[in-house]
Design a protein around this ligand. Structure first.
Ligand code: NAD
Length: 472
């Protein structure tokens, strides 16, 4: 049995003072693997105070010193890649290929931040003045359970590059993954207090950090309802806020698309990370004339997908993270049927042969209308809604008819046409004929998918404040 009962504060692992114990359950077997003691508000305050003590000196470190720190973080995270892989598979149920990608990304993003930092102009002439970019101050970094290590590492990389001491609040569902990241950060030997990690619930520990007057900046990744709570609470002390939120991304299959190459990509976009991905392309917009062929191809592609033990490299889809997420997916599959969509693959219940574990059946609905719940709400599981459209204009209108705008996908054999369609889509990122992100380019949402951008230079600038120096 594993026990996680320490915070990482002021450069040391110290006992959690909270009294709530939660089980760590393997979502593939439902076996209890251990326990975590969740942090308290007092722990949260200690973490913020440690960051506040570290901030003045850290904010004045040189670019070279911070590049060296980022290099140590990159190496330390790489050295913990196997431990991170194990934690991501066992605690979260991430399929091995995805978990490997997360482990390598968690290391790589420190290298990417060092690269952005090395060529950044912190001082520049504007008009008759000098504009100086300064660290915003102590920053709180909130991570969701579906990408614990990746979110912790990418936000921290940007904060460190900018010169901001950090308090990280991972999800209460990810104490094991958070602990491995904390061990890696400790191994990088940064000055005490520059990074602090407290794993607790959002309603107390998250709220304590998010409203603490010593915190200048909140960088939050999670759901839109929680993001709204955080943004409202931040206003009292006018904290700077970046929000990376919910998605309901559209994939547009144009009428000239090559189905042989486009459909596997579109299905991959829908079911990536077992469907538990903010950028999942879960609304597939298809020219009506091509629907029969698309439906047939999707049916056989989904039949070939293997669901099961996330350690098996042949597995495409692992379990949902817990019972609540399993029930959520079942609810939406029932809603799809009740509201009149047509099931062509999957459906309610577990896949054949999997009697325990939070496994769901990869599911595809056709004849979906954009006013159905399965087209409007983020399900966060492997459920694809296929919507027929009669023209390119209608495809764009349907794609944009959503409160969200995180990412979109366009599939076409005509590059100029795809670019033109992309220019009309309301989304922070549009991927054309690919599903792999560009991790150096700005990433974030429009509308209710968020505020601000992460990654690369834009990510670092989110932790900087602009000062103007004007003299005679
Ligand atoms: P969530 O909103 O429930 O929680 C996210 C984090 O916020 C957790 O650490 C949680 O404990 C904390 N939190 C909750 N209430 C808080 C409060 N009042 N103050 C401070 N912190 C609080 O989200 P989740 O269920 O963990 O994650 C899934 C959601 O995250 C999905 O909607 C998904 O789309 C979104 N997401 C978005 C991105 C993106 O980049 N846009 C990336 C990954 C996940």
């Amino acid at each position: 049995m594993r026990t996680f009962d320490q915070n990482y504060i002021d450069g040391a692992f110290i006992p959690v003072t909270g009294d709530e114990l939660v089980d760590i359950v393997d979502p593939a077997t439902e076996q209890v693997l251990g326990h975590a003691r969740l942090a308290s508000r007092e722990d949260a305050r200690r973490a913020v105070e440690a960051a506040m003590r570290a901030q003045p000196a850290f904010g004045h470190t040189s670019v070279d010193e911070r590049i060296a720190m980022l290099g140590r973080l990159q190496a330390a995270m790489l050295a913990h890649a196997d431990a991170l892989l194990e934690a991501t598979i066992t605690e979260y149920g991430g399929p091995v290929a995805r978990a490997q990608w997360v482990a390598s990304y968690a290391s790589q993003c420190f290298g990417d931040a060092a690269r952005a930092l090395s060529s950044y102009a912190f001082e520049r002439p504007v008009g008759g003045s000098i504009v100086v970019m300064e660290p915003v101050g102590v920053s709180a970094l909130f991570a969701p359970w579906n990408s614990t290590a990746g979110t912790m590492a990418s936000k921290l990389a940007a904060a460190i590059a900018a010169g901001c001491a950090a308090v990280i609040k991972p999800s209460e569902l990810s104490p094991w993954q958070a602990h491995v990241v904390a061990r890696a950060i400790h191994a990088a030997a940064l000055p005490p207090g520059v990074v602090n990690i407290v794993t607790g619930r959002g309603a107390d520990v998250g709220a304590e950090i998010g409203t603490h007057p010593g915190v200048a900046k909140l960088s939050f990744t999670g759901s839109t309802p929680t993001g709204k709570l955080i943004a409202r609470a931040a206003v009292d002390t006018m904290k700077r806020v970046s929000l990376a939120l919910t998605g309901k991304s559209a994939s547009l299959l144009l009428d000239d698309a090559d189905l042989e190459t486009a459909l596997p990509l579109a299905l991959g976009a829908a079911f990536m990370n077992s469907g538990q991905a903010c950028v999942a392309g879960t609304r597939l917009l298809v020219p009506r004339a091509r629907m029969p062929e698309v439906a047939e191809r999707l049916r056989s592609a989904v039949a070939a997908l293997r669901v099961g033990d996330p350690r098996d490299p042949a597995i495409a889809i692992g379990p949902m993270v817990n019972r609540a997420q399993y029930e959520r997916v079942q609810h939406f599959i029932r809603r799809g049927v009740d509201q009149g969509a047509t099931l062509i693959a999957g459906g309610e219940g577990r896949p054949d042969g999997l009697d325990c574990g939070w496994f769901v059946r990869p599911t595809v609905f056709v004849d979906v209308r954009n006013d159905m719940d399965i087209a409007r709400e983020e399900i966060f599981g492997p459920v694809l809604s296929v919507l027929p459209v009669d023209s390119e204009d209608e495809a764009i209108a349907v794609a944009n008819d959503s409160p969200y705008g995180l990412q979109a996908y366009v599939f076409s054999t005509d590059a100029a046409r795809a670019r033109h369609v992309a220019s009309r889509l309301q989304a922070g990122t549009v991927l054309i004929n690919r599903v792999a992100p560009d991790l150096l380019a700005p990433f974030g949402g429009v509308k209710q998918s968020g505020v601000g951008r992460e990654f690369g230079v834009a990510g670092m600038e989110a932790f900087l404040e602009t000062k103007t120096l004007t003299s005679d």
